[in-house]
Design a protein around this ligand. Sequence first.
Ligand SMILES: Nc1ncnc2c1ncn2[C@@H]1O[C@H](COP(=O)(O)OP(=O)(O)O)[C@@H](O)[C@H]1O
Ligand SMILES: [Mg+2]
Length: 254
Amino acid sequence: MILANDVPGIEFVHVSKTKPVLLGDSIKELEVMRDISLSLGKGEILAPIGPSGSGKSTLLRMINRMEDPTLGSILLFGQDIAGLNVRELRRRVGMVSQTPALLPGTVADNIAYGPSLRGQTCDVAKYLKLVDLEADLLQRPASALSIGQQQRMCIARALANEPEILLLDEPTSGLDQTAAHKIVTLLSVLNRDLGLTLIMVTHLMEHAEAVATQVALLVKGQLVEQSSADEFFLEPVTEIGRKFLRGELSSDEH
Ligand SMILES: Nc1ncnc2c1ncn2[C@@H]1O[C@H](COP(=O)(O)OP(=O)(O)O)[C@@H](O)[C@H]1O
Ligand SMILES: [Mg+2]
């Protein structure tokens, strides 16, 4: 018998993706993802890793339908996301980008944005506290915060939608080490306290090692291995994985 708890939070089933690129004066379909199958349990933290251009952002963007697969399907708790209402999908699957995406107005306006789209209000102070920001910041213009605070505010804005999954694309790469460390610690706490499933792209292996329970190594649009983070950082299963950890894999070679 399959119990509801056994349904993965996210599942990729033979997902491929081509994108049109202009080569000279003709348009060619470039294969950016080939036959990816992976699954992630509820409450896990997945770090997609791999050289630049390997398809990490594309993988993330397909989960909230900013892009769609060319072939294959993506399931959210067993439901094919192609059949879900996009706005509801994006409520259930939050996205935090590399550079904080600010909406006009105050911190409170930013946090309340998602629920306001649905004609709802929310306890903005609660979400501010969840991301460890001081309550007196609520009425400040969002643009007056430091970059690290803005990124935490963006996480609070995503949390105000009560998402089931949070996607983060290199959320620390624009931050100094202290601010980056705070975000990484915060993500672990949110995962532990809220049981939130997280997918965080990062190029910093110390961050992947610090927070991830699973890693998915992508190289040139192919999934080289999906392993538990503990096992991967002890010893990758594949030679490509070992080369990647030794820093011997550039974006140009397999
Ligand atoms: N809008 C686009 N049009 C065409 N090709 C793109 C576009 N965005 C990304 N690509 C290509 O898709 C591949 C994967 O990119 P991306 O998912 O951004 O990789 P990563 O996040 O791992 O650096 C790369 O070869 C990149 O050049
Ligand atoms: Mg990227």
